[in-house]
Design a protein around this ligand. Sequence first.
Ligand SMILES: Cc1ncc(COP(=O)(O)O)c(C=O)c1O
Length: 452
Amino acid sequence: MSSHNELVAKAKDITAREMALYSQRTHHSQIATDRARKVMPAGVPSSFQAYDPWPVVVKHASGANMIDVDDNEYVDYDMGFGALFAGHMNPAVRRAVTEQLDHGTLYVTPCELNADVGELLAERYGLPMWRPTNSGTEATMDAIRLARGATGREKLVKVEGGYHGHHDEVMVSNKPSLADAGPADAPNSVPQSAGLTKGTLSDVIVIPYNDPAALDRALAGGDVACFIVEPVMENIGICLPDDGYLQAVREICDKHGTLLIFDEVKTGITAGYGGATRTLGVEPDLVTLAKSIGGGFPVGAFGGKAEYMDLITDGTVLHLGTYNGNPLVMAAVKATLTEACTRPIVEATVARNQRLVAACQDIIDRSGIPAHTVEFGAKGCITWREERVRNYRDYKDSDFDLAFAQWIHGINRGVLLPPGLDEQWLVSVMHDDVTTMQYADVFAEFVDELIS
Ligand SMILES: Cc1ncc(COP(=O)(O)O)c(C=O)c1O
C-alpha cells in the first residue's frame, strides 16, 4: 500500500490530467458561462453552482440522466441536491402538472390541493399542521420566526457546518475557515457573507454537532428560542448522529423551554417514507421540508405541533407569500407523495442505494485506501478519512485532494456531482440498477489508478 503522501501526489497528477480533459470536453459550457458572466455574477443563478474553470451547462434531463451543451451524457447523482428524488420529470409528476396547467398556475386564493398536501405531510411526519413555502430558505426562516413568537426569546442555536438556507440568521458558521472558527467546543459565530448585522450575529450561538453538553450550556441562559439542526447533517457529506444524541437533544430542549426544529430540507423523504423524523424516532416541535417532496418544483413547507402552528391561526405570528400553495407546485407535491415516492418505491430505492454503498465499501476494503462509506436512506457518500466524521472539525480533517481528484475523474466519465466533499450522492426512484451501479464502476477505476 502506498503511503498517504504518495496517494496525494498521485491524486494531484490525476486532477491535473482530468482538469485538462474537462476543459476540452466542456467547451460549449465554457462559451455559455462566458456569456452568462456578462449579465449575471459568476455566470450562475446561485453561487453554489459556480466552480472553476466553469460549471457543466445542461440542456436536457430525464429520469436519472442529464445531457450538457456539448452532448456529454451523465448519470445525475446530485439530483438537485436531493430535490429530484422523484427523478427528472417523473411521469406521475409530469402528468399531474400537465393536467393542472389546464386549470391555471396561480390563484392566490386557496385550492383543494393545499389541504391534500397538508394531510399527506401530516400522515408521513406525524405532525398535524403545515404551511407551504416556496423554498427551504423560506421554511427555515418562517419556522425560526414562529419559534421566536412562541417563546418570546430572540436567540437561536445552530451547529457549526450546518446550512439552513440563505436568510441572515442562518448564514453563520456554515463553512468557517479554521482560522476564524475558534475553539472546537465553543465555536465563534462566523458570518458567511458580508451584509450580516452585528445584531444578527449576536443572536446566533454556534455549537458542535454530536455534543449534548455544548447544547446544554448554550441553552442554560433561558434566552434561546430554538435549536435548528439537521437530524443527519447532509452538507458535510453525511454526518450521522451518535447513538442517543437526538434523544438527548430532545430532552435538553425540553428542559430549557427551547423549541427543537429539525431541518429536513435535505434529508426529507430521501431518508425514508416519514423522513429522518420517523426513521430516527425523535419528534421535533417543528420540521422544515423542501427539495425531495417537490418532484423538482420549487417548494418548501414547515409543519409542527398544533400549539405552535396555532399561533399562525390566531395571527400572533404572520406567515405570508404570494406563491405559497400555488396549484402547479401543489400538484407536483401531491403526485410525488402519492404516486412517485410511495412507501414501497422509497423502500426499494433505499435498498438499491444499500447495494451501491456496499459495492463502494468493498472497493475501499480491497484497496486499503483511507476512506469509508456513509449511508442514510437513499443517499451515500465516500468520506476521505479513515475515522467517522462526527462534526464539522472532523470533516475539515478529511482529505480534500483525494476527494477532488475522485470528483473530476468521475465527471469526465459521466458521474455528475458538485465538486468537493460537501455533497452526497442520491439514488432517485428513477435510477435503475445499471445507472445506480455506474458510480461504483467509475469509483473502482479511480481507486485502481490511485493505488497503481
Ligand atoms: C439543510 C438545508 N436547509 C435549508 C436549505 C435551503 O433550501 P433552499 O435552497 O430551497 O432555499 C438547504 C439548501 O440546500 C439545506 O441543505
